[in-house]
Design a protein around this ligand. Structure first.
Ligand SMILES: Cc1cc2nc3c(=O)[nH]c(=O)nc-3n(C[C@H](O)[C@H](O)[C@H](O)COP(=O)(O)OP(=O)(O)OC[C@H]3O[C@@H](n4cnc5c(N)ncnc54)[C@H](O)[C@@H]3O)c2cc1C
Length: 240
């Protein structure tokens, strides 16, 4: 019953993302044809700085739909089912998650919350439960197989698995969804695991497209104040 160690890999993103967003924005406001300017964008004849300045100005005016043309695909490893349940609530995205119906969860990895890890007594209770649940899964799966459930035994035995059970998932989001995702999930109000995951995703996005993602993050980063109220404010920005 090993503890799961979170990992993230940016598998892919739309090529030439800044130029693509620039071309899409320019198409909205110019009589010309975006196709005619493409070579100048890619060659740098229209500089990256100029593209970035134009794109940043339009985004800050609230016109965001052209950034939907650019996608990022991440593989997330060893995240809890509690995390993936929150993740898939973000509907404007695509997901492919490891199936508990088909993948055997014997010797299941599990996620360990830091608050539990640092307290020996709580940790011992938590680990004992994970041990027991792992054993229950195996016993029930074996008994179901012996009872004639065959390959479908896993789909019933999985009912005993906890929210801590580790999972792998591939997620694709476009830039607009990512902005919304980071606003919600980089905030200190978000649960620690999905917040860590969102911050790791944001770090990868910034490497590829700093011109856009240096302005992304929790809502307060954009607003300059905290909209969450006194009770939930982390203190980084004043409450409004
Ligand atoms: C701190 C925190 C606590 C939360 N607590 C709870 C909770 O207790 N219970 C719970 O159920 N959820 C909870 N959530 C989840 C939250 O309500 C959202 O479901 C989740 O954050 C996805 O956000 P979204 O809908 O903006 O994203 P997406 O589904 O990606 O949607 C993006 C945007 O598209 C638009 N949109 C999408 N679908 C529709 C639609 N059907 N109609 C109109 N507009 C649409 C909206 O503008 C939306 O913001 C919590 C989230 C956070 C960050």
């Amino acid at each position: 019953m090993p503890q799961a160690k979170f990992d993230i890999k940016l598998l892919s993103h739309t090529p030439d993302p800044l130029s693509l967003i620039y071309a899409a924005f320019r198409q909205c406001y110019s009589q010309g044809f975006a196709g005619d300017m493409w070579d100048k964008l890619i060659s740098g004849e229209i500089s990256r700085e100029k593209q970035a300045e134009f794109v940043q100005n339009i985004i800050s005016s609230g016109h965001e739909s052209p950034i939907e043309h650019v996608n990022f695909t991440f593989a997330l490893s060893s995240v809890s089912r509690a995390l993936t349940h929150q993740l898939v609530r973000h509907r404007i995205a695509s997901y492919s998650q490891q199936s508990q119906r088909y993948v055997d969860a014997s010797n299941m990895d599990y996620v360990l919350p830091p608050a539990i890890a640092k307290n020996e007594k709580i940790l011992a209770r938590y680990e004992a439960f994970m041990e027991e649940v792992g054993k229950a899964y195996e016993d029930i799966k074996t008994m179901l197989e012996e009872d004639g459930r065959g390959a479908l035994a896993k789909e019933d035995a999985r009912m005993v698995l906890p929210q801590a059970a580790a999972s792998n998932i591939v997620v694709t989001m476009n830039c607009r969804t990512l902005f919304n995702f980071f606003e919600h999930r980089c905030c200190t109000r978000a649960q620690w695991e999905i917040r860590n995951c969102a911050n790791a995703m944001l770090k990868e996005c910034k490497k590829v497209l700093p011109e856009i993602f240096d302005h992304a993050g929790a809502k307060c980063e954009k607003l300059g104040y905290c909209p969450e109220g006194e009770k939930f404010c982390c203190g980084r920005y004043p409450v409004k």
